[in-house]
Design a protein around this ligand. Structure first.
Ligand code: FNR
Length: 182
């Protein structure tokens, strides 16, 4: 692929709606974009004492982030913010001091919840974090997805009612990423 996109999913749950959404979105991207989900479930809790001697999983994670050209972050909202596992992954990738692996990589943020206004506050918190990590994040369009029966097709795509909206979000995300990756 010409452009490697690292996908971060803020839920570790096997049946995660956010993971399903991330996979369905990937299917809406044009050729030339390679998506791969970064593993975050084996990262230890960030501890500054380990900066110079990171666990193998942390070392691998930082390298995976560095190799990516762009980021797609698909996350649930937990108690009006982002899940701790996602914050931990963002922290792990940001250190040691002076080696912020996220810097300069364009991102898109999106999320799905059970309620209709779900993930709005999580996404807003995430935007604050991404700003300090020097990640240029697509401002618009925003997308706060509320789950309903039929959102996903049996094949894992997006059902008819939401396809046009999410295709349009994805088209704009790809256009945003293209500004940064040749
Ligand atoms: C939630 N959920 C939730 N939803 C929301 O819209 N706002 C919130 O603040 C919270 N808080 C929250 C806390 C915790 C600890 C859990 C487990 C859940 C519900 C959440 O949207 C729902 O469980 C989603 O299905 C989680 O995403 P995944 O795991 O399906 O991707």
């Amino acid at each position: 692929a010409d452009c490697r996109i690292a996908v971060l999913v803020g839920s570790l749950r096997k049946e995660s709606l956010n993971r399903r959404l991330s996979r369905a979105l990937t299917g809406l991207a044009p050729e030339g974009f390679g998506f791969h989900e970064l593993r975050i479930d084996d990262l230890p809790l960030y501890n500054q004492d380990e900066d110079e001697h990171p666990a193998a999983s942390v070392d691998r994670f930082r390298k995976d982030v560095s190799r990516a050209d762009a980021l797609l972050i698909v996350t649930p909202e937990y108690n009006r913010s982002i899940p701790g596992v996602l914050k931990n992954a963002l922290d792990q990738g940001s250190r040691p001091m002076g080696h912020n692996a996220w810097a300069g990589k364009p991102a898109g943020v999106i999320g799905i919840a059970l309620g209709s206004c779900g993930t709005a506050l999580a996404q807003q918190h995430l935007r604050n974090i991404l700003a300090v990590l020097n990640v240029p994040t697509m401002a618009q369009p925003e997308a706060f997805i509320g789950y309903y029966d039929g959102l996903f097709t049996d094949e894992g795509g997006i059902g008819e009612r939401s396809r046009e909206f999410l295709q349009s979000w994805m088209d704009k995300y790809i256009a945003w990423v293209k500004l940064f990756c040749s």
